[in-house]
Design a protein around this ligand. Structure first.
Ligand code: PRP
Ligand code: URA
Length: 209
């Protein structure tokens, strides 16, 4: 069974409050999502392996540690996942970025795949699948399946807000994928929106409606 990591750092929780607020406009929403993504990246990389190295400080020779050659891939789910990419790249600038395009059919709420473009070496990379919203879980689960079908092995899922329903689906379909979220909300309404949630993440990020 995969684990759910709720990243309850005060800065993350504070910023998520303003992200949720319906009075937060597009510019500020985008900036806050970017900032939270950076803070979440700090937590999600906590298990990165380190190796020893020797350097010269201006004062002496010293043993110190660096990240052990890990290759990371970021996989935003279009569109809303794009809003978190730059924030993560601030901490992991060498990561490659692949894209999975999915939209939720408004009638069936089932994900429809329309675009996949990935780094050629995804089999060797630790992949972070990114989507602000984990609602029914259909989109995230389909994106993970699409990546596994192309050889991906090491995956994590990073979302801002999750519904219990989405967590359950991803855990059932992908027990090997740990989930990192800033908040777990109450339930999904009849339109598949997370309650209380933040509304439509893609529309709020890009100012569409
Ligand atoms: C939203 C969101 C997730 C999906 C979550 O995307 O960004 O991808 O819904 O819902 P699920 O867990 O029930 O699948 P949407 O379909 O609105 O597309 P967009 O990002 O292009 O706006
Ligand atoms: N997608 C969103 O953008 N928001 C929700 O609440 C559910 C799915």
């Amino acid at each position: 069974m995969s684990q759910v990591h709720v990243l309850d750092h005060p800065l993350i929780q504070h910023k998520v409050t303003f992200i949720r607020d319906k009075n937060t406009g597009t510019k500020e929403f985008r900036e806050l999502v970017d900032e939270v993504a950076t803070l979440m990246a700090y937590e999600i990389t906590r298990d990165m392996p380190l190796e020893d190295t020797t350097i010269e400080t201006p004062v002496a020779t010293c043993q110190s540690r660096v990240i052990s050659g890990k290759k990371v891939g970021l996989i935003p789910i279009l569109r809303a996942g794009l809003g978190m990419v730059d924030g993560i790249l601030k901490l992991i600038p060498a990561a490659k970025v692949g894209h999975v395009g999915l939209y939720r059919d408004p009638e069936t709420l089932k994900p429809v795949e329309y675009y996949v473009k990935l780094p050629s070496d995804i089999t060797e990379r630790d992949l972070i699948v990114i989507d602000p919203m984990l609602a029914t879980g259909g989109s995230a689960s389909a994106a993970i399946t699409a990546l596994k079908n192309r050889g991906a092995k090491n995956l994590k899922l990073m979302c801002l807000i999750a519904a219990p329903e989405g967590i359950k689906l991803v855990q059932e379909e992908h027990p090997d994928v740990d989930i990192y979220v800033a908040a777990v909300d109450q339930y999904l309404n009849d339109h598949g929106y997370i309650v209380p949630g933040l509304g439509d993440a893609g529309d709020r990020l890009f100012g569409t409606k």
